[in-house]
Design a binder for this molecule. Structure first.
Ligand SMILES: Nc1ncnc2c1ncn2[C@@H]1O[C@H](COP(=O)(O)OP(=O)(O)OP(=O)(O)O)[C@@H](O)[C@H]1O
Length: 794
């Protein structure tokens, strides 16, 4: 009997289907077991947590320390167990016989969102946390370099049901003719990329690619810059790196915390769920504008003013503004003290006091003490001399006895001290000292400088051109803007906060914790003495510092929560997304938060939109780390289909012919479309355009990216479609993605900013499925080749 090619294909297809069904059933049995283990673990942890919360405090330090540590550990574990319900297990590795013979792994290994172990079977691993070193081949093994992996399997689950498996056979020599489930290495990735966007970013833990994995697991120390074009997964990588570092350096990072900085609140909302979905909640997400506790920077600057505020020279301007407030009288300053004759402070005395105070190199408010003390001494001396001479003038001449000398001194040290004290409390003296060297808060000083043309002129003289200076001037009572925050932070350093009380409180708490930790060690050591001499002693593995840190970490607030309330907090690691947008003053603020320079900076210098942003990582970093930073690049675009990227690539080439757009991982067969609208009434076109796109993406998201000048009119025309449609400027759209993107008036987007072409590039690369361009003016040259290939209407 002859079998045709078609018959053979059908037969092979049927075999594959049957294989898949069997595999799904097999995996379902295992996954059901994992969920049972998860439920059991949840119950166990809930019980232990309850026990440790209920335990009665017997006052013993050891018991108390153990209870607090247990409560914190069980609470964390419980939170983690709650977050892993969806997609608990997503992968499986089967190893080759040779690798198994080496004895360092067991086959199969199941990979998931957290580690689960079988307590009854000597803690045999049931599920491996994706961050564990042994899980690494799941992300890195390739057919060329299989690392002992015979087969990598992706499991797709819906709630607790296994709905699909995708296999990749890596060891073809041995298993090339396996069950023909298909060499579907990309299948899981593509299905993840095809899904409709919801407006919130999802984790990519099941489909991290090798170039991303290498960045996620890179060493924590030093500055790592991740440069990559749009959609290459920089944000995803940055967030998974945070989760990986927290897993690998748990102790250090739980104490000091991790800061993730994003460009704006819309973006932070977009990425806000990723880390919690990975079981990590101890991370502070903030914009630079949110880094001053208690200050809400809700105002806005024009792009030009924001750029000026971001210049590094502003540090000198502010230093000058502070020195301007350390004044001396032109000649003599009269002071009408209560109950006494007038005193004076002359210019020379004040200059000497000022030099002495400045020579301490302390911040303004701390150095003020020296200035004030010196002038009070001078005033007291003057008052004493006055008093003595007036007393002597009034007293009749009394002949001196043999052992008395006429030194004119009537008052002793105690009298001096009393007089000095009275002067220190005298309102006129206080007013004069305040006038000469006021105690200042950053807010007071910055508000003064920005609203007083005279002060501003003095602070900026020779540092800023007149036009730039005038742009800074604003009316009193204006809101603080994000651009003010680095200036306020700089001033907080220059002025020095009067944090004596807070510092004393902190030191007292640290002393108490250390003493308490010493107590715990003492108790443990007593137990230790009973043990065999050869055993490790407690102090070899624990020290008071470590216990104190743990106790601090297990207090009710997480490091992130404590950090959010403390301007001077320094983080264990700082991650900056869209890092190309930060100004020089933003960088100063961030570097203060991370003296260890353990940082991951992700961005794309081709997407820089803000005027104060950078086009060179070296320039940004050299003041802080010289050339001691590492660069990694991401080259594959996971977001934008090839058809859309072709249009964007034309714009990139117009920015710089040397630049290469990242390569899209998929195409959709849908070409971008374009149409024209009347500039005076774009609403007439947009309403139907948006409706059409909403229908095309069938439940997905649509964004209309517009020039600033068209925000309002666009908003009005698409308001009806509300929650699935966003109207955004490029600045707001940065870092986000939508199933369909309509770019309105690209010529105006380009014209609006000196970095207009970059902005257009960003706008065009937000789409995961579809792109449309609506022209209201001339077609920009960079879009002409693309336009000729695009559909002309939608
Ligand atoms: N390995 C992956 N598996 C699945 N999805 C991925 C993967 N890598 C990236 N993605 C998805 O690709 C999209 C783009 O990722 P992301 O936003 O991190 O890119 P980006 O480089 O930060 O982009 P941009 O520079 O435009 O802000 C996201 O939807 C992300 O979830």
């Amino acid at each position: 009997m002859s079998v045709s090619a078609d018959d053979r294909a059908t037969e092979t297809g049927n075999t594959a289907e049957t294989g898949k069904t069997t595999a799904i059933a097999e995996e379902q049995a295992y996954v059901t077991g994992l969920y049972a283990a998860l439920d059991a673990e949840r119950e166990l942890v809930a019980r232990r947590l309850e026990d440790s919360l209920r335990a009665v405090d017997d006052g013993e330090p050891q018991a108390q320390a153990e209870r607090e540590t247990a409560t914190a550990t069980y609470s964390d574990r419980m939170a983690q167990l709650k977050t892993v319900e969806q997609g608990l297990c997503f992968g499986r590795l089967d190893f080759t016989a040779d690798r198994l013979a080496a004895g360092d792994v067991e086959s199969p290994l199941y990979i998931g969102r957290l580690g689960l172990f079988d307590e009854a079977d000597d803690y045999r691993p049931l599920l491996i946390d994706w961050r564990a070193p042994v899980a690494r081949p799941f992300y890195l093994a390739t057919a060329a370099s299989p690392d002992g992996v015979r087969r990598r399997r992706h499991l797709r689950t819906l709630t607790r049901r296994v709905v699909g498996v995708d296999d990749e056979v890596l060891d073809l020599g041995e298993d090339g003719d396996s069950d023909h489930l298909g060499l579907a290495g990309e299948a899981a990735l593509l299905s993840a990329l095809e899904r409709r966007r919801t407006g919130e970013m999802s984790d990519i833990v099941a489909t991290i690619q090798a170039e991303q994995d290498r960045i996620i697991r890179a060493d924590m120390g030093g500055v790592l810059v991740v440069q990559g074009g749009p959609g290459t997964g920089k944000t995803a990588v940055a967030l998974h790196r945070a989760a990986y570092l927290l897993y690998t350096h748990r102790r250090q990072l739980t104490t000091r915390g991790v800061l993730v900085v994003g460009p704006n609140s819309t973006f932070l909302r977009y990425i806000g769920q990723v880390l919690p979905s990975l079981g990590e909640t101890g991370v502070l997400l903030a914009t630079v504008g949110e880094l001053l506790p208690g200050l809400e920077a809700v105002g806005t600057d024009t792009p030009e003013t924001a750029e000026v505020k971001g210049r590094i020279v502003m540090a000198d301007v502010l230093a000058r503004a502070v020195r301007d407030r350390q004044t001396v009288p032109d000649d003599v300053l009269p002071i009408e003290v209560e109950d006494g004759d007038g005193l004076t402070l002359d210019r020379r005395t004040c200059e000497q006091a000022r030099e002495k105070a400045r020579a301490t190199l302390k911040p303004h408010n701390a150095a003020r003490r020296v200035f004030v003390d010196t002038l009070l001494d001078a005033l007291a001396e003057q008052a004493v001399a006055r008093l003595e001479s007036s007393v002597l003038d009034d007293v009749p001449e009394i002949p001196l006895t043999g052992d008395e000398a006429d030194d004119g001194v009537l008052l002793d040290e105690r009298d001096h001290a009393t007089i000095r004290q009275e002067l220190a409390e005298d309102r006129a003296v206080l007013a004069a000292l305040h006038e000469l060297w006021p105690k200042l808060t950053p807010q007071e000083l910055l508000a003064d400088v920005l609203t007083d043309a005279g002060r501003l002129a003095s602070a900026t003289d020779g540092l800023l051109p007149d036009g730039d200076r005038d742009g800074l001037l604003r009316s009193p009572g204006s809101w603080w803007t994000p651009g003010d925050v680095p200036l306020l932070d700089e001033l907080a350093e220059l002025l020095g906060e009067d944090d004596t009380e807070a510092r004393q409180r902190r030191e007292r708490r640290e002393r108490e914790q250390r003493a308490y930790a010493e107590g715990v060690l003492h108790v443990l050591e007593q137990d230790d003495e009973i043990l065999d001499e050869d055993q490790i002693r407690v102090r070899d593995v624990l020290d008071a510092e470590m216990i104190a840190e743990r106790q601090e970490a297990s207090s009710n607030l997480t490091a992130a929560q404590r950090a959010a309330k403390d301007r001077t907090w320094t983080f264990g690691h700082v991650i900056v997304d869209e890092a190309q947008e930060l100004s020089a003053m933003d960088w100063r603020t961030l570097m203060r938060r991370c003296p260890s320079r353990s940082m991951t900076l992700v961005g794309d210098v081709s997407q820089t939109g803000s005027r104060g942003g950078t086009s060179s990582w070296g320039e940004v970093l050299s003041p802080y780390v010289g050339d001691r930073w590492r660069l990694r690049e991401l080259t594959v675009n996971y977001r934008t289909p090839a058809e859309v990227m072709e249009v964007a690539a034309g714009v990139l080439a117009a920015i710089d012919p040397e630049l290469r757009a990242p390569q899209s991982v998929r195409d959709t067969g849908v070409r971008p479309w374009q149409s024209c609208a009347d500039r005076s009434d774009p609403a007439a076109t947009l309403g139907s355009v948006v409706d059409g796109e909403l229908a095309e993406v069938d439940g997905g998201t649509v964004a209309v990216v517009v020039p600033e000048a068209l925000v309002d009119v666009t908003f009005d025309s698409v308001e009806a479609a509300a929650d699935r449609v966003s109207v955004l400027t490029v600045g707001r759209a940065k870092g986000l993605e939508f199933d369909s993107v309509v770019v309105l008036a690209p010529d105006e987007i380009i014209a609006e900013s000196p970095r207009g072409p970059n902005d257009l590039y960003v706008a065009l690369t937000r789409a995961t499925q579809r792109l449309g361009i609506v022209h209201t003016g001339p077609v920009p040259a960079a879009l002409e080749p693309a336009v000729s290939g695009a559909e002309t209407t939608r």
